[in-house]
Design a protein around this ligand. Sequence first.
Ligand SMILES: *[C@@H]1O[C@H](CO)[C@@H](O)[C@H](O)[C@H]1NC(C)=O
Ligand SMILES: *[C@@H]1O[C@H](CO)[C@@H](O)[C@H](O)[C@H]1NC(C)=O
Ligand SMILES: *[C@@H]1O[C@H](CO)[C@@H](O)[C@H](O)[C@H]1NC(C)=O
Length: 427
Amino acid sequence: MLIGVLAVLCVAGAAIADTPANCLFEDIRGTWTFYETERSGDNTLSCDTMGPVVYVKNFTLDFPNTVMDELGHQGTWTLVWNQGFEVNINQRSYFAWSYYEGNFISATSYCDRTFTGWSRDATVRNWSCFFGNKTTEVPPRETKKMSIPSAMLHQTYKNDHQMIERINGKQSSWRAKAYPEHEKYTVEEMMQRMGGPGSVLTNPPRPAPATSEQRARVSLLPENFDWRDVNGVNYVAPVRDQASCGSCYTFASLAQIESRVRIATQNVRQDVFSTQDVVSCTPLAQGCAGGFSFLIAGRYAQDQGVVAEECNPYTGKDDACVTDSTCSRTYVSDYEYLGGYYGACNEELMLQALVENGPLAVAYAVYDDFGNYEGGIYHHTGERNEFNPFEYVNHAVLLVGYGVDEATGEKYWGVKKSWGDAWGEAG
Ligand SMILES: *[C@@H]1O[C@H](CO)[C@@H](O)[C@H](O)[C@H]1NC(C)=O
Ligand SMILES: *[C@@H]1O[C@H](CO)[C@@H](O)[C@H](O)[C@H]1NC(C)=O
Ligand SMILES: *[C@@H]1O[C@H](CO)[C@@H](O)[C@H](O)[C@H]1NC(C)=O
């Protein structure tokens, strides 16, 4: 079934570990040659291996998101975080991961090449494989990270009661508490729950400046808004639990589609979609090691569609793909980063898209103190967790509303997370 669900995503569009590639805007901007195989596949085409090249095309990717071919046809492109890019031109859409060698501890990114990626036409029926080589060289980029010793990663996570006391002692905007249920996880598993270690951009793009038109539109929006209660009607599916798998991007993505379907059908359809199908079945993400909502709520849901939870129930592991092939799939009709490309988003666009279109998959930075959030308006307190080594990570969640605190006048976002409904304010 094709349902007109426009997926709109903000900021990183989501999060995490993903690949260790670190390719920035200026690395990718420029002229590329795309080498493409015969256009004879359908959406089951595997591009694990490339096949003979049939088409060679030159595309010039320019600021901020325009792409042009040799004949002057225009299209659009976007980075996907710092790890790959999507090009849409001449009724075809191309996506590939940027090339790298190595791993999260030590990697070399070759930003003037891609891995073999996927190309398909606008109807999503006519598929081929491709890779890109940039016509100008980009110096390889080394990335090295301090790794947390594996003995520490494998130790059991412990609530830091002193940190919780310090958080509650130094501020009253939000309350922290211990979650004994977290102590069933190792430190590594807790980090995966929060997004997983991996590529955090050191200098993510700043929000795009708001135009006066954007500000004017936002001034017409209600002061408080929440998709859990729109004139008494809830359009947000129940909170789920990702367990110890770094799959927050999948939960945020499918939660977005679940809400958009509820809105589009006035709650006639109340789907819960299979997160395991995404974790196990698509090369557009890295399973339990992370991924991006842009590629899942967007590209995967348009290319392959999503299925009901029963078609591949969640295990929270990188299991083989065993989705029931007789299940019907739900497709999104279109998707984009807010503002049209990665880097164009801002608060005004988020507010407007949230109210006009529905909940949004977003991503944010998670620090040591966040796991113990109990309620209130969260601010990072700077408190460190003494028992559990922790790296700052990036976490995908679903933005469902916003408001203004009555007592303090402070503005806040309301977010649905995937740690079960016993965490925080009912999840
Ligand atoms: C796919 O599109 C190409 C043109 O881009 C066309 O030549 C080819 O016949 C199409 N293949 C199928 C299976 O429709
Ligand atoms: C594409 O660019 C390369 C490198 O600049 C050039 O050698 C080639 O002739 C171009 N191909 C086409 C079809 O324009
Ligand atoms: C693309 O670039 C890689 C790495 O520089 C090179 O090995 C390969 O031959 C190039 N492919 C083509 C078709 O030019």
